[in-house]
Design a protein around this ligand. Structure first.
Ligand code: SF4
Length: 366
């Protein structure tokens, strides 16, 4: 089936599907870029208020000293980046940072700990659960944590604390994954995602572009995400921030592999077409993008950003800068707990928002 027919099919679907094949995704991904972005924007308008962008702030609550060997990460104890390991932050410190984030307009507060998993971290889990419930009750913000691999019991504890979302990225394609991480498998990652999903916590999962992956890898990455039982509620797209002392930097230099901006755009637009309801989040590396590049990412279907003082260990665009940028383009912050398209206040939405009942009849793919 041609890229044009597949795009029409994607636009005609009444609900997300998880049966996309690699060849279908490839045909969409390789569609002429202008048309790809245009149709991704149409899809975006059928499922989201095109004016809204979710503002999230990410805080590293336990920095460095991680036992994993992710080749890109400053926090791995195996990578000589000069980053010192720190202890888990206190509840007071976290609340202070969350309050600042809320005052600046962020509605989702994400907390990251540099751990392989939560095995033997009962007291850590208790403290983090307390952070989650206090942020919920005192600030009314959505919460997300990223703590490495978790089992069903641990997910249940976080759910009971009121956690909105759990982040666990698949990072890249299943095929390229062993070139990047050896200390835990791709399937282990999927298992954590399943454990989170089973407990009714929203899944935040995406990856990093620029890890020396090929176009086939980006298609395979999108294939895995779009074939999950349920599409990720949140899909972060990171652009690699090369950090001195991490093995990936040397490898990329040696292989002369450079990520073209077009590939980021194609990945976002394809994700928007095949996973229409996911919130696509421009994550790490956004500060390296020019304003017009960010603009194009929003046109292709992104509708969330990390904003604030820092992105774990890398730089982040600040709140004031982001607010000015969004307002220049007529974009507004998404309210917290906005949920799905049914919850969108059509009166307040952009006049260009197309409520779902206006969708066309479904196009047959067979
Ligand atoms: S990406 Fe996460 S799991 Fe991997 S080394 Fe960094 S902190 Fe550890």
């Amino acid at each position: 089936m041609s890229g044009a027919s597949l795009i029409q099919y994607a636009l005609s679907l009444k609900a997300p599907i998880n049966t996309w094949t690699k060849s279908q995704i490839k045909a969409i991904y390789n569609y002429p870029l202008m048309d790809l972005v245009f149709h991704a924007q149409l899809q975006h308008r059928s499922h989201h208020n095109p004016r809204e962008v979710q503002l999230c702030t990410l805080l590293s609550i336990k920095t460095g000293g991680c036992s994993e060997d992710c080749k890109y990460c400053a926090q791995s104890s195996r990578n000589d980046t000069g980053l010192k390991a720190e202890k888990l932050l206190t509840l007071d410190t976290v609340m202070e940072k969350a309050r600042i984030a809320k005052q600046n307009g962020s509605t989702r507060f994400c907390m990251g700990a540099a751990w392989r998993d939560m095995h033997g971290r009962k007291s850590g889990l208790k403290k983090i659960s307390e952070m989650v419930s206090t942020i919920n009750t005192e600030l009314g913000m959505e919460t997300c944590v990223t703590l490495g691999m978790i089992n069903s019991e641990q997910a249940k504890t976080l759910k009971q604390a009121g956690l909105t979302a759990y982040n666990h990225n698949i990072d890249t394609s299943k095929e390229h994954y062993p070139n990047i991480i050896s200390t835990r498998s791709f399937d282990e990652r999927l298992q954590t995602i399943q454990n989170v999903e089973n407990e009714g916590i929203s899944v935040c999962t995406g990856g990093i572009l620029g890890l020396g992956e090929t176009e086939e890898d980006r298609i395979s990455f999108l294939h895995t995400l779009s074939n999950l039982d349920k599409h990720p509620e949140s899909l972060p797209i990171n652009r690699l921030v090369p950090i001195k002392g991490t093995p990936i930097v040397e490898e990329l230099e040696k292989n002369q592999k450079k990520l073209e901006f077009d590939s980021i755009l194609r990945t976002i637009a394809t994700a928007r077409l095949i996973m229409p309801e996911s919130i696509i989040r421009l994550a790490a590396g956004r500060y390296t993008m020019k304003d017009y590049e960010q603009f194009l990412c929003f046109m292709a279907g992104s509708n969330a950003i990390f904003t604030g003082e820092k992105m774990l260990t890398t730089m982040c665009n600040g709140w004031d800068e982001d607010k000015a940028l969004l307002s220049k383009w007529g974009l507004v912050p998404m309210e917290s707990f906005r949920g799905k398209k049914e919850d969108i206040d059509v009166e307040k939405a952009s006049p260009f928002f197309q409520p779902p009942q206006k969708k066309h009849d479904m196009v047959s793919i067979v």
